[in-house]
Design a protein around this ligand. Structure first.
Ligand SMILES: NC(=O)c1ccc[n+]([C@@H]2O[C@H](COP(=O)([O-])OP(=O)(O)OC[C@H]3O[C@@H](n4cnc5c(N)ncnc54)[C@H](O)[C@@H]3O)[C@@H](O)[C@H]2O)c1
Length: 325
């Protein structure tokens, strides 16, 4: 299939803007972005993309955009993504993430859409001990994770109904910023460790909150698999370029878990006067998770370019400096 027109939902957000930049740089596709700017930012919208301010709750607008622009690939990233918030605002997360995705799928009826890529999350696995592969049991602990799992199921069902291929990408923890210096993560996101450390880097009395130090992990703090956002964007590019790819689910991580405390210790070498404040565990957080990424590497012959935690931290700090200047 020759891909021409790509629709990226959530393209004004952190990951969506990186996926857009990577695909635009190929100079092969027309990129359309849908975002309601509820969590996205105008400055992250790529000037070479066609931006439509729209909400995933409006099926009619989605349908019009897909049909009128002959969209052949959808990359669906629009959604809310805060675990703690999802526990408190279940209805909001249900409407935005699940109904939003359902509307988008319904809008594919009688369209030219042939591929549908979805940003799922490692949170669908719940607590794990070793590296998780895509065959591991699904066990969503938080409501956010539940919405992602429900969306996966909807996508699988609609792919049969409307005859498109799907790629479900289960991202682990995404961090860092593009080398272009034009885009990165914006906002005060308490739940995102590396973003938060980068914010603290510029404070006179930096401190970091650690939620839970009694998990069953090497030092009691949560273990996560952090992936540079440019590698995540590159994976999307690989999926779009590979015309023979079949419907599939892939983990997107580096296959190595770092504890929150380990990351803080690496950060301490960059900024030594910062304090750690321990708090109770947050509801919905899992203790230990990192990816088994063999399936993806094999299927797409993919190699990471940025798998170095210190470099990820530095890349995030560099972007934060830009936001401050
Ligand atoms: N950041 C991570 O570490 C991570 C990990 C796993 C999965 N994900 C998933 O990746 C996707 C992108 O995450 P992100 O970190 O870039 O988040 P983000 O909040 O920066 O981007 C999401 C974008 O979606 C838009 N959006 C939300 N609801 C919408 C709606 N109803 N209609 C139109 N636009 C809407 C927001 O305005 C925002 O621009 C999310 O679906 C998230 O669940 C992210």
């Amino acid at each position: 299939m020759k891909v021409k027109n790509i629709l990226i939902t959530g393209g004004a957000g952190y990951i969506g803007s990186h996926v857009t930049e990577t695909l635009i740089n190929l100079k092969k596709y027309k990129i359309f972005i849908i975002d309601n700017l509820s969590r996205g930012h105008k400055r992250l919208i790529n000037k070479k993309a066609f931006f439509i301010k729209a909400d995933m709750k409006n099926t009619n607008i989605l349908k019009k955009i897909i049909i009128q622009n002959n969209i052949d690939v959808i990359i669906h990233l629009a959604g809310y993504a805060n675990v703690a918030e999802s526990q408190k605002k279940k209805r909001t997360y249900y409407n935005n993430n699940i109904i939003g995705t359902l509307n988008l799928l319904k809008a594919c009826k009688n369209s030219k859409v042939k591929n549908f890529l979805f940003s799922s999350s490692c949170s669908v696995y719940g607590n794990t001990v070793k590296g998780v592969n895509e065959r591991c049991k699904i066990n969503p602990v938080s409501y956010y994770a539940y919405t992602k799992y429900k969306c996966e199921q909807l996508i699988k069902n609609y792919s049969k109904k409307y005859k498109f291929k799907y790629i479900i990408l289960r991202y682990f923890n995404v961090a860092g910023a593009s080398n272009s210096g034009k885009i990165g993560e914006i906002g005060n996101k308490d739940s995102r460790l590396i973003k938060n450390l980068s914010i603290q880097y510029f404070k006179p009395n930096p401190k970091i909150n650690i939620f839970g130090n009694n998990y069953n992990t090497k030092d009691g703090t949560c273990v996560r698999d952090f992936m540079h956002v440019s590698d995540i964007a590159d994976i999307h590019k690989k999926c779009v370029l590979n015309e023979k790819i079949s419907s599939n689910i892939f983990n997107c991580g580096y296959g190595k878990g770092y504890s929150v405390l380990e990351i803080c210790q690496i950060f301490k070498k960059l900024k030594n006067n910062f304090k750690i404040i321990y708090h109770n565990r947050r509801p919905g957080d899992v203790g230990h998770i990192y990816a088994d990424v063999n399936k993806f590497k094999k299927a797409l012959n993919w190699k990471p370019k940025y798998n170095n935690i210190r470099k990820i931290l530095l890349s995030s700090i560099k972007w934060e400096r830009k936001l401050h200047s």
